[in-house]
Design a binder for this molecule. Structure first.
Ligand code: PLP
Length: 240
């Protein structure tokens, strides 16, 4: 006899996955001689329905990431978001900045001065400050958004001049590769991140967001302090 419905089974599986990933992130931090409290686990909830996300939020997850403005705005009212931080992690077009500014706690995917200016402008109009990360295309892939490392410092100096937008650090998605190879990209990102600390007035380097389902352990070993994990928690994504 079936004890649980398929939905209940999926929820139990998701909660199990969350606990396992959380424990593995903590173990990786300890292995790297870091304080586990310094590494945050983001649950990437894109394409996942609220009914599977809420049990994870109820069990203590405090950070979610969404890729698409429309999808997030469409489902946020169904989510148990009290004391949960929300980050936009997907590519953002300048013309959509208006809709997302003020709706999330951080935009992790700033990769052009044009977008930064629009976030700044919208934040001024809404009388708030937007926290952002600058996305770096560490593998220089044509298919990925993000700015090349060589252009990063110039962009940061430009953003520093803008009102109502505050850079808190960097985000990256390395090329798809084995964990060993990913580690080299992560370590190169950590060097870039560390070198920028204290270099530009009013630009903070507190957050280094890197590591996903296939490589979060490697990322933590190399100094990440936000890992963004989707499919390892919620299962393979179905796109509609
Ligand atoms: C989808 C996505 C993730 C999570 O990917 P998984 O491999 O499912 O963990 C992390 N970061 C960004 C920017 C994403 O778009």
């Amino acid at each position: 006899m079936e004890k649980y419905t398929p939905d209940e089974n999926r929820i139990l599986q998701t909660l199990d996955n969350y606990k396992r990933v959380k424990a593995q992130v903590e173990e990786a931090a300890i292995k790297a001689n870091r304080n586990p409290k310094d590494v945050r686990l983001m649950c990437v909830t894109k394409t996942v329905e609220a009914q599977y996300i809420n049990p994870v939020l109820d069990s203590g997850a405090d950070l979610i990431g969404e890729n698409r403005v429309q999808e997030f705005l469409g489902k946020k009212d169904q989510l148990h978001l009290n004391s949960v931080e929300k980050h936009l992690i997907g590519h953002l077009q300048s013309n959509k900045a208006k809709q997302i500014v003020g709706e999330v706690d951080m935009i992790e995917s700033v990769d052009s001065i044009k977008l930064a200016k629009e976030i700044s402008r919208q934040s001024q109009m809404k009388e708030l400050e937007s926290k952002v990360l600058v996305e770096v295309n560490v593998g220089k892939e044509d298919s990925k958004s993000g700015i090349f490392a060589e252009e990063l410092e110039e962009l940061l100096f430009q953003i520093a001049e803008l009102p109502n937008i505050k850079v808190e650090g960097l985000m990256t998605i390395p090329p798809i590769c084995e964990q060993d190879e990913a580690r080299k990209y992560f370590s190169s990102m950590f060097r870039i991140f560390s070198d920028l600390k204290g270099k530009i007035e009013s630009v903070d380097m507190n957050i280094l967001s890197m590591g996903m389902s296939g490589d979060y352990e490697a990322a933590v070993l190399e100094g990440s302090n936000i890992v963004r994990v989707g499919s390892a928690i919620f299962g393979a994504r179905k796109y509609f």
